[in-house]
Design a protein around this ligand. Structure first.
Ligand code: TRP
Length: 329
């Protein structure tokens, strides 16, 4: 059985991009694979170091994972900072990670540009921490969104480098995994290419129906195409991407046809889209509300998850230390 692993940074509530880009696949995978899913709270510190928000953010993501359908009986679900073995592997991997390659990473350059006052070493070594997350369980497959493909590429590089340096085949080279399809990227409704917290254009799993309707209504449109079969501008393409992901094929075909004939009515499209989004979000939101005050359940899930993850992780770490030449007296 193959090992699948993935994490989500706990920097706030999960949105539709997280759901379709990640969570929905996790739920399918947990039946067929040995799965490790975790909440990347260390990773959140690179940009979100507020101690008052750290725990609430972890709790939100945890309840949202569970509400979306991650089953802790099937998958190992844990909080990254509950597994200190990850930190040690991170340190060891950092000895063979180079400034040049780390500073060239797209996510690093992006964050450094956006927050020039907070270009910390954690940000720089984000890819080595992510590699440690993955390699500590020697995962075969990592379900990630498009924006994480480069990090995964670096994980393979670090794995290969370690193997070459120490003359071993110890680490596997993990591949991206999206349940047979190409990686899904949920766009923003504001015309931007991506739904993301920092873009401020998210529909959250905790949004109520009214909020969802309002957000969809505000989506960027125009006065419509002037010629038959026109190419779509990006912000309209985005709406169609939503239909592709969320609606039935006949709904999509209907609006494609309307677009091509210059008969599209964005009001109708948005109404349909809001309905289809609510169909997905509402049951999840209801489960979030049911779980979120069940402290005993959340405690049980995280302690059992951490124990399972640590058992596995400590085996890897022991072997890594041996390969690298650590010996006790
Ligand atoms: N970097 C990922 C993100 O921003 C989160 C993450 C951390 C992750 N460690 C990981 C994803 C390991 C997959 C595997 O979403």
């Amino acid at each position: 059985m193959e090992t699948v692993l993935s994490g989500i940074r706990s920097t706030g509530n999960l949105h539709l991009g997280n759901y379709f880009g990640a969570l929905k696949n996790f739920i399918k995978m947990q039946d067929e694979n040995k799965c490790f899913f975790f909440i990347a709270d260390y990773h959140s510190l690179t940009t979100h170091p507020d101690p008052k928000m750290l725990h609430p953010n972890v709790k939100n993501v945890l309840t949202e994972y569970l509400a979306a359908g991650i089953d802790p009986e099937k998958a190992t679900l844990y909080v990254q900072s509950d597994v200190p073995e990850v930190c040690e592997l991170y340190l060891l991997l950092n000895m063979h990670a180079y400034l040049g390659e780390l500073s060239k990473t797209a996510s690093f350059k992006d964050k450094a540009r956006k927050s020039p006052d907070n270009v910390n070493a954690g940000l720089l070594t984000y890819p080595t921490l992510m590699a440690a997350d993955i390699l500590i369980h020697n995962a075969d497959k990592v379900p990630v969104g498009k924006d994480q493909e480069q990090h995964l590429e670096m994980t393979r590089k670090f794995a290969r480098r370690f193997n070459n340096l120490y003359g071993t085949e110890f680490f596997k080279e993990p591949v991206a995994y999206n349940y047979g399809q190409e990686l899904i990227k949920i766009p923003g409704l504001d015309g931007s290419g991506k739904m993301g917290k920092s873009e401020g254009n998210c529909i959250y799993l905790i949004d109520d129906d009214k909020t969802i309707e309002k957000k969809v209504k505000r989506a960027l449109t125009d006065e419509g195409p002037k010629e038959f079969n026109s190419p779509k501008p990006d912000y309209i393409e985005n709406l169609f991407t939503f239909l592709k992901v969320l609606s039935t094929p006949d709904v999509l075909a209907y609006y494609e046809d309307k677009w091509n004939k210059c008969e599209i009515r964005y009001g109708d499209l948005k109404k349909q889209l809001a309905e289809d989004i609510i169909k997905v979000v509402k049951p999840i939101r209801e489960r979030i509300n049911a779980i979120q005050n069940d402290e005993a359940y959340l405690h049980k899930v995280t302690t059992e998850g951490a124990a399972k993850a640590r058992e596995h992780a400590s085996k890897t770490l022991k072997e890594v230390r041996q390969i690298m030449g650590f010996k006790s007296f």
